[in-house]
Design a protein around this ligand. Structure first.
Ligand code: FES
Length: 75
């Protein structure tokens, strides 16, 4: 296994929570490609429950917890 190349972003998508972690520098652009802002090491929401979209605020944890205890999940 090779070492990660830190000169380019690395994306990890958590298949359970849906969160998307991007290590490295990331440019947020508009529809025309104009850079709105740049950040490093962002975690984006992929579950749709964050109150701080596009960022993950940890709300997926409560969603997963309630989903695992719902009567439908006990079947
Ligand atoms: S993935 Fe974390 S709040 Fe949506």
């Amino acid at each position: 296994m090779s070492e990660p190349d830190h000169s380019k972003p690395t994306i990890f998508i958590n298949p359970k929570s849906g969160s998307i972690r991007i290590s490295g520098d990331v440019d947020f652009v508009d529809a025309d490609g104009l850079v709105l802002r740049s950040e490093s090491g962002v975690k984006l929401c992929g579950c749709g429950h964050s109150k701080d979209k596009p960022y993950c605020d940890g709300s997926h944890k409560e969603f997963l917890r309630s989903e695992s205890t719902s009567p439908d999940s006990q079947a």
